[in-house]
Design a protein around this ligand. Sequence first.
Ligand code: TYC
Length: 128
Amino acid sequence: MRVFDQNRGKQYQKGRSPGSGPHRFGVAQMSDTETKTKTKPKIARPRRYMVILLNDDYTPREFVIRVLKAVFNLSEDQSLRVMITAHTKGKCVVTVLPKDAAETKAKEATDFGAQEGYPLLFVAEPEE
Ligand code: TYC
């Protein structure tokens, strides 16, 4: 997106009147060399993070499904699909959230497995 000089064509020479008409009062005068440039403030959209479920050889399928339901509020059907995708492809995106929430959920879900002695792993990584 281009940012244009908002004041182009409004520079007046020092000491001269900006002219007559209803707009001649209250117009700030600039020096011969001064140029004002208005830069539109760009607000960066906060990056979002994917919570990714990684496959392993030990965690029981039913347990993975239980964690997905409990931590991410997925339905039985959604949980089954996510678990099977991770099982067959190695990993699966569970959800996309702001950084803090993604990291918290990934840890919470990973801790669930650890409590039962499983190597179940969820990680958070930036979307793009
Ligand atoms: N691969 C595991 C098994 O065969 C099940 C499993 C699926 C584990 C997905 C983790 O993210 C996972 N018992």
